[in-house]
Design a protein around this ligand. Structure first.
Ligand code: TA6
Length: 298
């Protein structure tokens, strides 16, 4: 498999690796950035733009084996988010992050970014995932319902991005001030907008509703601001497991929770997507990093 990939996609700055569990990944090393994506789940596991520290967080306890999700990076949640509403024996966050995707395209852009295109099928949908590894990380999940589908179908999706932070207790997240949210650590109650930047002071698991806004993660210790811009997404999820939930996750180190926060680009619940036969929808996240300026304009 590796040889075939190397022959089909021989581009400077692109290489392929296979780990001891048989997982295959594509590694990007260019002037713009370094990065890695596993074919299982089309899972972006790392991205480090030139001149910055790694932006995505990965657990030291993550699994890297077939059929188990990688803990960190950017899991793709599809066709549902969280536990399956009608059958809790089905995998949390759906099938997309567990199944093999096919690399169908790779090209170096004039900007120096490396663009990868992957595809998979999760009946009745056809999915494509396009990732641009450059001085920004641009990810688009496109979902298509074939013309010959028997009826319209709905789904939830999320680009469940884990960010690396100096200390989650000292960062702030701007952009969601005006959005109401479902508080999943308080009986999934609907809560009004706080009108202030988000600070993480305990287990936090919130689905912000009807928001198209960029989010800016301000990390004063590491003197950087991470911007998460989005298109085709009406929900944004903010998650940190804090102490007790971290201990309950085997693939998450007990002491790792201060080093990460998730800001997830999604369409969840009332914002789930419904497609008629022949229709498609794209969910896009664009991640960029800047030195933290004193300018607080979002
Ligand atoms: O996005 C937040 C969340 O839904 C949390 O409730 C937590 O379950 C997290 O996703 C991780 O889910 P996972 O299935 O990857 O352990």
């Amino acid at each position: 498999m590796l040889n075939e990939l190397k022959q089909r996609f021989s581009i400077p700055g692109l290489s392929f690796e296979q780990n001891h569990n048989g997982l295959v990944s594509v590694v990007i090393q260019s002037a713009a950035c370094t990065g890695e994506l596993f074919f299982q789940g089309a899972h972006v596991s790392s991205w480090r733009p030139f001149g910055h520290e790694p932006v995505l967080w990965l657990s030291q306890k993550s699994n890297y084996e077939k059929g188990k999700p990688i803990r960190g990076g950017v899991p793709i949640c599809f066709p549902w988010f969280g536990p399956n509403a009608s059958n809790t024996t089905l995998p949390a966050h759906g099938f997309a992050r567990l199944q093999e995707w096919q690399l169908v395209g790779a090209q170096q852009k004039n900007s120096g970014a490396m663009e990868l295109s992957l595809e998979t099928t999760i009946d009745p949908f056809r999915l494509s995932f396009q990732v641009e590894f450059g001085n920004e990380l641009k990810m688009t999940l496109k979902t298509m319902l074939p013309q010959n589908a028997m009826s319209s179908q709905s789904y939830e999706d999320a680009l469940h991005t884990y960010f690396s932070v100096s200390d989650v207790r000292t960062i702030s997240i701007r952009g969601l001030e005006p959005a109401s949210f479902i508080d999943k650590v308080d009986d999934a109650q609907l809560k009004p907008a706080t009108d202030s930047p988000i600070r993480i002071e305990s287990e936090t698991d919130r689905v912000y509703l009807d928001t198209q806004s960029d989010c800016v993660l301000e990390d004063t210790q590491w003197k950087r601001a991470i911007r998460v811009a989005k298109l085709g997404s009406a929900s944004t999820v903010v998650w940190n497991p804090w102490i007790d939930k971290s201990k309950r996750m085997a693939d998450f180190g007990d002491a790792e929770w201060p080093g990460m926060v998730c800001i997830e680009t999604a369409n969840i619940g009332d914002s789930r997507i419904r497609l008629s036969p022949g229709e498609s929808h794209s969910t896009t996240a664009v991640i960029s990093v800047d030195a933290l300026s004193t300018n607080r304009n979002l």
